[in-house]
Design a protein around this ligand. Structure first.
Ligand SMILES: Nc1nc2c(ncn2[C@@H]2O[C@H](COP(=O)(O)OP(=O)(O)OP(=O)(O)O)[C@@H](O)[C@H]2O)c(=O)[nH]1
Length: 406
């Protein structure tokens, strides 16, 4: 299934369970991985500092266990947290890192429960409020499902601790229980809402970028078809005109020579009459291929001029270079697989006649005049018996003629 359909379906279905179909979920994790990692790195380092700072609460509430608290906070939780941050910075496991956040929360809560249970202080039960702080801190950054599991386990640990303290449903035990449960409900609700909107926004972004990509592809295809001849796949007349105008301007600025070749298939009407229009189309394609295979220099363009005529623009090409290229085209077409067969004198191969014109453009001349000159040369090639190249006069002479015409 393609991504854009998957995204549309998922948007329509909604993501109430905070999980996308597998390929989308993988992409969601991958795309958000760098940002999540940064957040969790900062939060992980912050939690090591924050949890060490909790030693102040230990000092006031369970002074008899202060040294154990320092050991557990500074020598157990802190290093494990730093190790986790190092591990996930080195190994990018976006799914596991979310569960590691829950693991860190559970470790912090576990340490608080151990400290509370091992203390004989009258405030040992009140010390369990730290669990609410742990829950809020973790759910601010964690993903919903790992946080839900963490909350359930912390709630069970808390219930066990107040039960051990003998304050199940009374006094401070009840107060810390209510505080913990309400913190969990609010924190999880906020967490769910945030993750839900996070996912929704991700889907909408994805949908927009895939629509954008489709639009760009459609525009590109449209632009390509607007300048391509559908039968031969060569550039069409419009593209030829635009390209010639560009090369002309460039050659004028650079004072370099350019050439135009006009190519016409000989006796093509007879070919059509003999073999039918479809075979004529195939023949046009073969000639087009022969042309494209011969004129391959970047900066040159082969186009279908219209009907059975083709045209070539050669940038940075002198009259002599263009003449050599035209002769190669004549040979290539003669060798291509299309047998003429329509006329005894030209059978077996299909042949072309070519008119060549080349000059260095000066002000006052136009590209159209150059094409006109190539057309006149083509006419002459036909008149001289076809299957040949005729070049316009040398540059100076051609320039003079073009000026006279203009
Ligand atoms: N099959 C096919 N034939 C085409 C296409 N476009 C033009 N033609 C045919 O090309 C032929 C051109 O004929 P003419 O202009 O008389 O030229 P010619 O028979 O090639 O004769 P010379 O150019 O003088 O050698 C016509 O029969 C057109 O129908 C096309 O797209 N496909």
């Amino acid at each position: 299934m393609d991504t854009s359909k998957l995204v549309t379906d998922t948007l329509a279905r909604g993501c109430a369970w905070l999980v996308f179909p597998a390929p989308l979920e993988q992409r969601f994790l991958r795309d958000g991985a760098a940002q999540r990692l940064l957040l969790l790195q900062v939060a992980g380092l912050g939690s090591a500092v924050f949890f060490a700072g909790m030693v102040l609460a230990d000092y006031f509430m369970i002074p008899d266990q202060l040294s154990l608290a320092v050991i557990l906070r500074a020598c157990v939780y802190g290093p494990i947290c730093l190790l986790g941050v190092w591990f996930f910075t080195r190994y990018h496991w976006p799914r596991l890192i979310e569960w590691a956040v829950a693991g860190a929360g559970l470790l912090a809560a576990g340490i608080s429960i151990v400290l509370s249970l091992s203390s004989g202080s009258p405030l040992a039960v009140a010390h369990l409020v730290i669990l609410s702080v742990v829950v809020v801190y973790a759910t601010l950054i964690g993903r919903f499902w790992p946080m839900l599991v963490m909350c359930v386990l912390i709630a069970a640990g808390h219930a066990y601790a107040v039960h051990q303290h003998g304050q199940w449903l009374n006094g401070l035990g009840l107060a810390t229980t209510l505080l913990l449960l309400s913190s969990m409900v609010f924190a999880l609700y906020g967490n769910y809402t945030l993750e839900h909107s996070d996912r929704q926004v991700y889907l909408l972004d994805l949908q927009e970028s895939s629509l954008q990509a489709e639009l760009t592809a459609a525009n590109d295809a449209l632009a390509l078809s607007a300048r391509t001849d559908p039968l031969t796949g060569l550039a069409n007349r419009r593209h030829f005109d635009d390209f010639l105008a560009q090369v002309w301007a460039h050659s004028q600025a650079q004072r370099s020579s350019l050439a135009v070749l006009l190519i016409d298939i000989d006796h093509f009407k007879r070919y059509n009459d003999q073999h039918g229009h479809q075979a004529g189309d195939r023949c046009l394609c073969e000639v087009a291929q022969a042309l494209a295979g011969t004129v391959r220099k970047t900066g040159d363009l082969v186009a279908r001029w219209g009907g059975e005529e083709f045209a070539v623009v050669m940038s940075h090409a002198s009259r002599e270079m263009a003449q050599v290229m035209a002769q190669r085209v004549v040979d290539a077409v003669r060798q291509c697989a299309a047998p003429h067969g329509g006329l005894a004198t030209t059978a077996p191969p299909v042949t072309v006649s070519i008119g060549v014109a080349a000059l260095t453009p000066w002000h006052g001349e136009t590209a159209q005049a150059l094409v006109q000159a190539a057309d006149t040369a083509l006419y002459e090639a036909k008149a001289r018996g076809r299957d040949q190249v005729v070049c316009t006069p040398r540059e100076g002479l051609l320039q003079a003629r073009i000026k006279v015409r203009a």
